[in-house]
Design a protein around this ligand. Structure first.
Ligand code: ATP
Length: 361
């Protein structure tokens, strides 16, 4: 097992920058998820750690050793891709054994490792099958088995579940969590699926436009996004973001005014000289509750019942756009009715013009 450290690591393709200089340390045995919108540089960062892409600047250390210019096979890493890339003419057992044969391990050891790895991934009954006789989830488990059979110090996974359907993805998420416990290896997992990020990661690394925006425990990042990009990337439905102006600042917080003239009290601390400043008010759907005197109002344009809860989309607020409020599953709502909602001061977020979050009061 090994730690992974990247230092001032950057990647340019011609004149475009896929990754700005980035520092990141991943602990030995840690499960870290890189998450962010398409094109934000997640795969590029992962591929440079794997040695599949040459950095433009900076260095990569694995287990304290500088591997920036080492071949992929000399880094102690294994990678699982979105496409399974199994050898179709080989059986499951032969596919799993392949990297060990290449490494010229003794036959008895290969057999033992294939048996153990297959058991770990629930593939023991499928060892004689060819890939075409497997389901998508089984094929992905074989490709994971083939990666972990070498006992890599670091396992790199690039959107490994994105070809699978929803229920299989949920099952495989559990398997990854279990696999991480069993193997204890350092795992770096790339996804644009924030549900995978939230459920799998010990720490998430939220990326946007070639930069790391925030690193932290999933729940901390969810509760206190450091920037608008993080607020937009984590949470589904996403955080409501409304343009507002700072009208009052005191020791307990800040009052902002919405475009329609309504005032909203927040427990956020902004500098005293920010009166009049344009800010963005952020509120998660679950923090908006029906309140006759609430500052947010709109006609219900769309109502989604998910069973235990539902989402009301309140429209027609002019430049503020639609607001999404989470409601109990059994709440009766009529399309077109006007609903008023409010937020508690401690649940409101404020972002400055430079898109960084202001701290809580
Ligand atoms: N070989 C390449 N040549 C030129 N540009 C590239 C190359 N590979 C990646 N890029 C660009 O670098 C940026 C980051 O790409 P990257 O694949 O790392 O994003 P990502 O966050 O993994 O996205 P996705 O979730 O869509 O895979 C993108 O703008 C992409 O177009």
């Amino acid at each position: 097992m090994a730690s992974v450290e990247v230092s001032a690591l950057a990647k340019r393709f011609g004149t475009s920058t896929a990754l700005h200089p980035t520092d990141l340390t991943i602990g030995d045995g840690e499960f870290v998820v890189l998450v962010g919108p398409s094109g934000c540089g997640k795969s590029t960062l992962l591929r440079m750690i794997a040695g599949l892409e040459d950095p433009s600047d900076g260095c990569v250390l694995i287990g304290g050793r500088d591997v920036t210019h080492a071949a992929p096979s000399d880094r102690g890493v294994a990678m699982v891709f979105q496409s399974y890339a199994l050898y179709p003419q080989m059986t499951v057992a032969e596919n799993i054994a392949f990297p060990l044969k290449v490494a010229k391990l003794p036959r008895a050891e290969i057999e033992e490792r294939v048996r153990d790895t297959a058991a770990m991934l629930d593939l023991s009954a499928l060892l004689d099958r060819k890939p075409r006789a497997l389901s998508g989830g089984q094929r992905q488990r074989v490709s994971i088995a083939r990666a972990v059979v070498r006992r890599p110090r670091v396992l790199l996974l690039d959107e490994p579940l994105s070809n699978l359907d929803t229920s299989l993805r949920a099952r495989m998420r559990h398997e990854f969590a279990r696999l991480h416990q069993q193997l204890g290896s350092t795992m770096i997992y790339v996804t644009h699926d924030q549900l995978e990020a939230m459920t799998l990661a010990e720490r998430i690394v939220v990326m946007s436009a070639g930069r790391v925006e925030q690193v932290g425990a999933p729940i901390d990042v969810y509760r206190a996004p450091a920037s608008l990009a993080v607020a937009a990337a984590i949470g589904s439905p996403g955080m409501n973001l409304l343009p507002a102006t700072v009208v009052a600042v005191d020791a307990d917080g800040t009052t902002v005014r919405l475009g329609g003239g309504e005032d909203v009290r927040t427990a956020v601390r902004v500098p005293g000289d920010a009166i009049g400043a344009a800010v963005t008010l952020g509120i998660r759907p679950e923090h908006l509750r029906p309140d006759e005197a609430g500052p947010f109002a709109g006609a219900v344009e769309l109502f989604e019942r998910l069973g235990p809860l539902s989402f009301a989309h309140l429209g027609a607020r002019g430049e503020a756009g639609t607001i999404v409020a989470q409601l109990p599953g059994d709440r009766a709502v009529t399309l077109g009715e006007t609903m008023r909602v409010a937020v508690a001061p401690q649940d409101a977020h404020l972002f400055a013009a430079d898109e960084r979050a202001f701290p809580r009061a």
